[in-house]
Ligand binder design. Structure first.
Ligand code: IMP
Length: 432
């Protein structure tokens, strides 16, 4: 399951729904930059790293090798779940996942400051610097937190250089290795019962023909390779990322479910062709509660963009879609959909991967009538106002993927299951 836009598509709720029929849920990339708000029995639970499948007692939840783990935040999340009476014994943490260290967070902050007007608008959670060290081969991995000698060896080497960078380039305070070693060994001790070789769990589950759900964080347009670079995150949220981050071959994946909002949002900097200003923007932000779970930032809102939708279908090989937050559009008298872009006087139907060209794209809209009635209590397609159904069918047509799920509010039951996206016959709501 992947995000088909710029993240925050409402994947938390969809994973939560799908997790009920999954034996194993695997988070395969990203770190605590992600945030899911799940509403269970009217109570809001915020998760950043732990898959929402943890709410089901029989589901094994893995934080896979391709993720980056801030152990302090993970422990806070575990404590929050335990306080809410949720059993966390089904959680497994990959020993090979990389660890976000204090210098990663500090570097994220000072580097953003230094970028000035060219800042990316990161979540400030040290994600980019952690993945940089992984590529640089100077990262600390979860397994290092369980071995005092190994941690000391690796950290002392790395920190000497990091402190030089922090002091000489960014005029920041150096970090004391002894404090870090002591804190991180304590985190290791607390997390040790969860640390395993996750790929063995995954391969055993696959051999036993169990249902595995790979859960992408962020979204397609934030993908390091396929998104709106450089305004992206430092990992691969696309479906292919699941193979790398979880350690499975592509042949294991039989279905890709894309999650998209009925409109578009984006947090942080970077081009956003359908971005709105004024009263409709306010309405979407307020009614859609478009405030980031992780940073509390207001999300930028815009109309549904079918050009990036089509691109997401192609890049991920999406079989079917979950469209979320349809109810947020309920009161609008007209709704626009971006069907193509105008680029330098030409109409284009594709997403230009050149960032400068993308920034010059202007949306070409089709305007549709709104339905001006509440959809939040609809439980089947027949319950939906005709114009709302036409809107959905139009989106499915435009982006060339069937809709399997429609979400009409944060609660689990505010959902229309057009077809079971895991076991269904791959048809769904499709009119092309
Ligand atoms: P980073 O992942 O913190 O490095 O941030 C890079 C970009 O990705 C910024 O524009 C962030 O706002 C965006 N981003 C990271 N995680 C999320 C997420 O979970 N939802 C939406 N945007 C995100």
């Amino acid at each position: 399951m992947i995000g088909a836009q710029w993240g925050d598509e409402g994947k938390g709720k969809i994973t939560d729904l799908l997790s009920s029929s999954a034996d194993v849920v695997v988070r395969y990339q990203g770190g605590v930059n992600a945030g899911h708000t799940i509403v269970v029995d009217g109570k809001e639970l915020k998760l950043h790293l732990i898959p929402s499948g943890i709410l089901y007692a029989d589901t094994t939840c893995l934080i896979g090798s391709g993720t980056v783990v801030d152990p302090e935040e993970l422990i806070k999340e575990l404590d929050m779940l335990l306080e809410n009476g949720i059993d966390t014994t089904g959680l497994q943490l990959a020993s090979t996942a990389h660890v976000t260290m204090p210098y990663h967070c500090l570097l994220d902050e000072v580097m953003e400051e230094k970028r000035g007007a060219r800042r990316i608008g990161t979540t400030g959670r040290g994600i980019g610097p952690t993945y940089s060290d992984k590529s640089e081969r100077t990262g600390i991995r979860v397994r290092d937190l369980l071995d005092p000698t190994q941690l000391r060896d690796r950290l002392c080497d790395v920190l000497e250089l990091k402190n030089e960078i922090l002091q000489k380039i960014y005029a920041a305070e150096p970090i004391d290795p002894e404090v870090v070693i002591s804190d991180y060994l304590a985190y290791g001790e607390r997390l040790a019962p969860y640390v395993v070789d996750c790929t063995r769990t995954i391969h055993a589950a696959a051999r036993d023909r169990k249902n595995l759900l790979f859960e992408g964080a962020q979204g397609t347009l934030l993908d390091l390779d396929h998104g709106t670079y450089p305004y992206v995150t430092s990992s691969n949220p696309v479906s292919g990322g699941a193979c790398i981050g979880a350690g499975v071959g592509p042949t294991l994946i039989d279905r890709v479910i894309g999650v998209a909002k009925a409109y578009t949002t984006r947090v942080g900097e970077g081009p956003f062709p359908t971005e709105l200003e004024g009263s409709v923007n306010e309405h979407l932000t307020d009614k859609g509660k478009e405030i980031g779970t992780t940073t509390g930032r207001r999300r930028r809102c815009g109309w549904f963009d079918a050009v990036i939708g089509r691109y997401a279908v192609q890049v991920n090989g999406i079989d079917c879609l979950a469209i979320t937050k349809l109810d947020v559009l309920d009161e609008l008298s007209e709704i626009k959909v971006c069907v193509a872009y105008a680029l330098d006087g030409q109409r284009i139907n594709h997403f230009p991967t050149d960032a400068a060209a993308f920034a010059r794209c202007r949306p070409i809209y089709r305007t549709m009538p709104g339905w001006r009635s509440s959809t939040s209590d609809c439980r089947s397609l027949e319950d939906l106002p005709r114009t709302a159904l036409s809107y959905l069918t139009y989106l499915a047509d435009l982006i060339e993927a069937p809709i399997a799920i429609v979400s009409l509010g944060p609660d689990r039951d505010q959902t229309i299951l057009v077809e079971d996206p895991i076991h269904g016959p791959k048809r769904g709501l499709l009119s092309h």
